[in-house]
Design a protein around this ligand. Structure first.
Ligand SMILES: NC(=O)c1ccc[n+]([C@@H]2O[C@H](COP(=O)([O-])OP(=O)(O)OC[C@H]3O[C@@H](n4cnc5c(N)ncnc54)[C@H](O)[C@@H]3O)[C@@H](O)[C@H]2O)c1
Length: 260
């Protein structure tokens, strides 16, 4: 029970990695605020946690809208009385995010709004609450696309900037006992990845499972895509006291992709 007595807010918790993180945190004793734009998915995860004997609440929220982010944090504190852990997982991929000369301002703005402004709003409103509770942890979900040469300029820019913002937050709030770290997943088997493959007319074949769809010619060291639970385990470590001297760190969970 590595998160016994802690309260965690997880954005993007209705699906994929966010869902796996919310469930893992609950298993380890945390009360979880499940935040997502997707109400049915978010309510399902909330019920799954309650069925397992945990405590959870769903708050519907578009993370890119400031008032909704602020209200989601306020609702969490109202419901649970505290906040110790923030996970910024909600993110989008847009198939129109391609060669920069054809990339529309609308696509650029939307991707940056969800993937970067959302985490900004949640850090802005959640960190003061975490400080009030004596400290805690921020875990931001970036991507190998933020570390390497992505073929998606808006997505890569959003994920690279998220790493820089996390380091700044770690620097600003270390003295307040708030640690902030980043996970950079490689190809992980989630609905988002299914949509990327569908958009390219590809299937999750044996050959593809060894490759990042964002960089089809690059092989992984571990010859398969990752599971959401493998990311959740690292997110648990970073949120827990096991990582008490780790901040401003970047953890690739990518089968070795970013080292190639
Ligand atoms: N799957 C991968 O291969 C992969 C690799 C690297 C990084 N990532 C990142 O991991 C994170 C989770 O991705 P996933 O693969 O689990 O995706 P997913 O699509 O399964 O889950 C993302 C969740 O975010 C929610 N969401 C989207 N826009 C939102 C908004 N505006 N407000 C609130 N919620 C919103 C969705 O409803 C969904 O529940 C994302 O930030 C993604 O960029 C994914």
């Amino acid at each position: 029970m590595r998160l016994e007595g802690r309260v965690a807010l997880v954005t993007g918790a209705a699906s994929g990695m966010g869902r796996a993180i919310a469930l893992r945190y609950a298993e380890e004793g945390a009360s979880v605020c499940v935040v997502d734009i997707d109400r049915p998915g978010g309510e399902l995860v909330t019920h799954m946690i309650r069925d397992l004997g945990g405590d959870a609440e769903f708050v519907q929220c578009d993370v890119s809208i400031r008032e909704q982010a602020s209200q989601a944090v306020a609702a969490t504190v109202r419901r649970f009385g505290m906040l110790h852990v923030l996970v910024n997982d909600a993110g989008i991929y847009d198939p129109a995010d391609g060669p920069i000369e054809y990339l529309s301002e609308q696509t650029w703005d939307r991707v940056l709004a969800v993937n970067l402004k959302g985490p900004f709003y949640f850090c802005k409103y959640a960190i003061p609450e975490i400080v009030t509770c004596g400290g805690g942890a921020v875990v931001n979900i970036s991507s190998t696309a933020g570390l390497t040469a992505s073929d998606r300029p808006a997505y890569g820019a959003s994920k690279g900037a998220l790493i820089a913002m996390t380091r700044a937050v770690a620097r600003q709030y270390g003295a307040d006992n708030v640690r902030a770290n980043v996970i950079c997943p490689g190809p992980i088997d989630t609905p988002l990845r299914d949509r990327i493959l569908e958009g390219r007319g590809e299937q999750d074949s044996e050959q593809d499972s060894e490759q990042d769809p964002a960089a089809p010619s690059v092989p992984l060291m571990i010859k398969r895509v990752g599971r959401p639970e493998e990311v959740a385990d690292v997110a648990l470590f970073l949120a827990s006291d096991d990582a008490s001297y780790i901040t401003a760190a970047v953890y690739p969970v990518d089968g070795g992709l970013s080292a190639l």
